[in-house]
Ligand binder design. Structure first.
Ligand code: SAH
Ligand code: SF4
Ligand code: F3S
Length: 444
């Protein structure tokens, strides 16, 4: 059997696309190789969101070049967002690359590899553009990603995603529900709906078949066997009260929203073309907290955007405290080719200022998150067991509805949801002990 080795970079969309690549390759008769050196086919699923992503990938690609030099029969395939950003230049600049394909062309990996094989297998048609429709090999047996849309219609001035992932397109609602039902039948209890801007889901669907994101969320939560529903990411401009109401009213919909703010300065938000200002963002946070007081909010923040002053940055720090985030991903601005900011704005915040700001931001996020997470100490939380803890194999690890990792003592199979008494907290994790389980009343 031929063997492949796949390396994935970037966000959950890529992680999910990689599950599809695995499923596709398995169905074409490929086995997974333990190391890159041992593979007949080397695949990269790339990211190009920041310059650092490109650099990390270049190191890996260099190794593939070395392997291919030693064994010219090895096939090198490069997919994902970086590949899309380079187009035909991939083959000019990296002549040892055999196959290149963008994130909307995961199916082409199979097609390109299987040209002659496909008649023999005969099992595939390659007409869908949603990688979500391809066979999948899931990373985790009880948790699944579900693609609900591809692409992004926003024009955030710093962001390369729209140019590499294309226009937004919603997956038909029935296809989403069918996939979730099939996953549930296969043991999945938690699904995460994926899209670059999940809240605009459905707007491009034909009128008769149109559902809003809130309707989709509620419908997914009703699929028998699905105990938890998550999603990422919403755009703050598109979160309506109907979505907030679903969080309040539907217990399967998790008590967590990842709400990327990017900056706390209205001036910077405007230059970023985020289409909300600080006040509107905080008003949204207020509406969410009024409806679902215990909800966890997390965010993405960028420091060092062109023109960001000390005052702008101070606004980001105060936003972290006012919004009360349970966690945040923090990034240093990186100019991207082809973006509005990359082309028209000078990257004028000096490196040492950026580095000082990111440290200060991380410290503030940690401080706020530590305070927030400490509210769970003394409570009993339902935890979805993921398996043994990575740091201590005698303990179990899982996550709460707030998406916080809990390491705890006790015995329970992966996929079970068990009560855990929380005894300690840090800025990112909780620790506890499995609580007495009352006898289940009827079927679980
Ligand atoms: N669609 C998602 C974000 C995808 S990119 C959303 O809007 O929520 C993930 C994060 O990377 C963004 O939220 C942003 O914080 C960060 N990011 C995007 N482009 C960047 C750039 N040029 N420099 C630094 N960070 C960037
Ligand atoms: Fe990028 Fe903005 Fe689209 Fe997110 S919403 S993918 S940050 S353009
Ligand atoms: Fe994701 Fe990176 Fe592409 S963050 S959408 S894999 S550029």
């Amino acid at each position: 059997m031929p063997r492949y080795h796949l390396t994935t970079f970037g966000c959950q969309m890529n992680a999910h696309d990689s599950e599809r690549m695995r499923g596709l390759l398995a169905s074409l008769g490929y086995d997974e190789a333990p190391e890159r050196d041992a593979a007949d086919l080397i695949v990269f699923n790339t990211c190009t969101i920041r310059g650092s992503a490109d650099e990390r990938f270049m190191g890996n690609l260099g190794e593939a070049r070395r392997i291919k030099r030693e064994n010219p029969d090895v096939v090198v395939a490069v997919g994902g967002c970086w590949a899309q950003s380079q187009k035909e230049d991939v083959f000019r600049d990296f002549p040892f690359v055999d196959i290149a394909f963008g994130p909307g062309e995961v199916n082409r990996l199979g097609e390109l590899l299987a040209r002659e094989r496909i008649q023999a297998v005969g099992a595939f048609t390659f007409d869908g553009m949603f990688s979500g429709d391809l066979p999948s090999l899931r990373e985790r047996p009880h948790q699944a990603w579900v693609q609900i849309s591809v692409g992004c219609n926003c024009v955030c001035s710093y962001c390369i995603v729209p140019s590499v992932r294309g226009r937004e397109s919603s997956r038909p609602w029935q296809a989403v529900l069918d996939e979730v039902a099939a996953q549930a039948a296969d043991g999945v209890v938690e699904v995460t709906l994926l899209g670059q801007n999940v809240n605009s889901y459905g707007r491009d669907l034909p009128a008769g078949d149109r559902r809003t994101f809130a309707e989709l969320l509620a419908a997914v939560a009703e699929v028998p066997g699905i105990a938890r529903v998550r999603y990422t990411s919403p755009h703050p401009k598109d979160i309506r009260d109907d979505v907030i109401a679903v969080h309040r009213d539907v217990p399967e919909v998790c008590r967590h929203i990842h709400l990327p703010a990017q900056s706390g300065s209205s001036r910077v938000l405007k230059a970023m073309r985020r289409t909300y200002d600080r006040e509107r963002y905080l008003a949204l946070v207020g509406r969410i907290r009024d409806a679902v007081p215990d909800i966890a909010l997390t965010t993405d923040l960028i420091v060092g955007f062109p023109g960001e002053s000390d005052d702008d940055f101070a606004d980001t720090l105060s936003l972290v405290r006012e919004a009360g985030y349970d966690g945040a991903y923090t990034f240093v601005y990186s100019p991207r080719p082809g973006t509005e900011a990359g082309k028209q704005m000078s990257d004028d915040v000096p490196p040492e200022v950026k580095s000082h700001r990111i440290s200060a931001l991380i410290e503030t996020v940690q401080h706020t998150a530590r305070q927030r997470l400490s509210r769970h100490v003394g409570t009993v939380q339902d935890v979805l067991v993921e398996g043994p803890s990575r740091t201590d194999a005698t303990r179990l690890s899982g996550r709460t509805t707030h998406n916080v990792t809990v390491n705890f003592t006790g015995e329970a199979p992966a996929g079970a949801i068990v009560p855990v008494r929380i005894v300690r907290s840090t800025s990112t994790t909780l620790a506890g002990d499995m609580a007495q389980v009352p006898e289940p009343a009827g079927a679980a």
